[in-house]
Design a protein around this ligand. Structure first.
Ligand SMILES: N=c1c2ncn([C@@H]3O[C@H](COP(=O)(O)OP(=O)(O)OP(=O)(O)O)[C@@H](O)[C@H]3O)c2ncn1[C@@H]1O[C@H](COP(=O)(O)O)[C@@H](O)[C@H]1O
Length: 108
């Protein structure tokens, strides 16, 4: 399994977004603003859905990668760190008591 994480990609996206490098897709998209970045995210979401419905596993992996990358660009444009999203997911997990159950199961 790959050790590469969304957190690693977030660091790359943030660094490239602020680089102003003319050869960087991330920098170009970041500079074009939220409307364009969100549109790309929507396109990648639709392409991911199409791959899933077709049962095309290769395309689903590739489109999912595009989706997650463009999601991180949208968060960067909004100035929201991914940890805010993770904190919200964690809050929901603790609300449902799943985390406690999983940790109790691990103790057995
Ligand atoms: N993960 C990605 C990634 N996924 C997709 N893309 C780019 O997203 C762009 C849009 O993808 P599309 O499939 O929609 O291509 P397209 O149809 O030609 O685009 P449009 O005509 O619709 O604008 C392409 O240019 C892809 O290269 C990405 N660009 C960058 N990254 C990551 O960001 C890092 C920095 O990249 P740069 O910012 O380019 O230096 C890279 O090392 C990667 O880790």
């Amino acid at each position: 399994m790959s050790a590469f994480s969304l957190s690693d990609l977030e660091k790359i996206v943030t660094e490239r977004a602020r680089s102003g490098d003319a050869s960087s897709w991330t920098a170009k998209l970041y500079q074009s603003g939220m409307e364009r970045a969100a549109k790309k995210l929507g396109e990648e979401a639709v392409e991911t859905v199409i791959a899933a419905v077709k049962g095309d596993d290769g395309a689903l992996v590739s489109e999912s990668a595009d989706l997650l990358y463009h999601w991180l660009v949208v968060l960067a444009v909004a100035g929201i760190p991914m940890t805010d999203v993770m904190a919200e997911l964690e809050r929901r997990t603790s609300q449902s008591g799943i985390a406690e159950k999983a940790s109790r199961n691990n103790e057995v």
